[in-house]
Design a protein around this ligand. Structure first.
Ligand code: FAD
Ligand code: NAP
Length: 341
């Protein structure tokens, strides 16, 4: 294990924040991870696990040890079933590479999750989701090392308590485990397509495709995402900054009297409706707003961006102002989806 001190995290977070880790180590296998955890325990240093840094906002230099998870490897672990295959991926595998690998093998289930940045190991943390599909739909189990004592544990789908962009690892087990491997169950042969969400169907039609394959769905998703989301390699961002709020149906009905065009979808809890946070922010006039290098993206108001040298404090200040104006106009309190360090 190579231990670096005062190491720049700029290349390791998609917001492009210029913060440093007091100590930094890249761990490429289980033994390096255990060695790093032991070092931190002995030195009584706090530990922060970092994957692709696409869901974090760094607001200051990070004290203690930042562990960059780079455990690679994709394998088929069980191909005995007729209609499905169990695969395993190291936590440091790039998520989109895993999706592309699955499509090359003609394995289905991940196509709607194409082009999501980050690593396989972080995917369970917020139960990544897009276009009507969530990780939990294909998730079998994961392996994780306890940060406290270095013991290896297995968590089933039920153990992870997945919710809407949520899991046990964002709640009771926050910062307590380092995920090392995930296992997914992917379809072979008869794939179930999910094309009814967002612009997938119309994009497939525009592509001249009538009988779509999983590869076509992936291409459509990649096309849509590339046309409306900022590429972090060009403009710093961490995707959706806020979660879509869920409000009681009664409150939605009351809001509809004042805002007849309010957009809503069924919530994850009965009696609740999901209101797109991007729509609320847009209605408050923030879309395209920029102060210095901190801004609200003009093609999707839910994405806060760093045009160059914005600081974490400038982004959080913008976020606070957005939260305040959405609360004032709609009485809805937005909460961040991004992990603020
Ligand atoms: P990081 O940002 O490195 O870490 C995120 C959190 O997970 C941190 O708290 C970290 O400590 C923890 N963590 C990371 N790896 C591990 C591990 N191995 N063990 C334990 N804890 C760990 N998300 C969606 O759900 N759907 C989308 O469609 C989507 N689109 C996006 C589009 C863009 C342009 C961007 C920039 C982001 C988008 N995201 C989306 C958010 C982000 O890509 C996902 O949340 C992704 O899973 C984060 O992976 P990461 O490896 O970058 O995690
Ligand atoms: P969009 O299609 O413009 O839709 C706006 C919002 O409406 C989304 O947040 C989505 O909720 C919701 N929505 C749209 N159609 C829906 C339907 N048929 N049923 C239920 N909810 C519906 O969104 P977008 O910004 O282009 O993003 C497309 C997809 O990629 C979304 O699923 C979004 O979550 C995902 N994405 C996530 C991130 C992130 O960082 N988390 C970043 C970019 C894109 P949901 O968000 O619940 O799907």
């Amino acid at each position: 294990m190579e231990l670096l001190s005062h190491h720049s995290l700029r290349p390791y977070n998609t917001f492009g924040m210029d913060c440093r880790a007091e100590f930094f180590a890249r761990v490429a296998d289980l033994s390096a991870l255990l060695e790093a955890l032991q070092w931190a325990r002995q030195k009584q240093q706090p530990i922060h696990i970092l994957g692709g840094g696409s869901n974090v906002l760094l607001t200051a230099d990070v004290p203690g040890l930042v562990l960059h998870n780079a455990i690679k490897g994709i394998e088929v672990v069980d191909a005995t079933a007729e209609d499905a295959v169990i695969i395993a991926a190291g936590a440091g595998v790039t998520w989109h590479d895993l999706v592309m690998w699955s499509l090359q093998q003609d394995l289905g289930g991940l196509e709607n999750l194409s082009l999501i940045p980050g690593t396989a190991g972080a995917a369970p943390i917020q139960n990544i989701g897009a276009y009507g599909v969530e990780l939990k739909d294909v998730f079998e189990k994961l392996e994780a090392v306890s940060i406290e004592d270095g013991q290896l544990h297995t968590f089933s789908n039920a153990d992870c308590r997945f919710g809407y962009r949520d899991s046990i690892f964002k709640n009771e087990y926050k910062n307590r485990y380092c995920i090392t491997k995930i296992y997914l169950k992917l379809s072979k042969g008869a794939h179930q397509l999910h094309t009814g969400y967002g612009a997938i169907q119309e994009t497939l039609e525009a592509m001249g495709i009538r009988q779509a394959t999983i590869q076509d769905v992936s291409k459509a998703v990649i096309y849509i995402r590339s046309s409306k989301l900022p590429n972090p390699a060009e403009i710093g961002n961490a995707g959706s900054f806020f979660k879509n709020p869920e409000i009681e149906i009664d409150r939605l009905e009351a809001l509809k009297e004042q805002y007849p065009h309010i957009i809503s979808f069924a919530g994850t809890t009965p009696g609740y409706a999901k209101v797109p946070a991007g729509w609320l922010i847009d209605q408050c006039g923030w879309r395209g707003y920029r102060q210095g290098d901190a801004g609200c993206y003009d093609k999707q108001a839910l994405v806060l961006v760093n045009y160059g040298h914005a600081t974490g404090a400038e982004i959080t200040s913008l976020a606070r102002n957005i939260v305040a104006s959405v609360k004032e106009k709609f009485g809805i309190v937005l909460s961040p989806e991004v992990n603020i360090w």
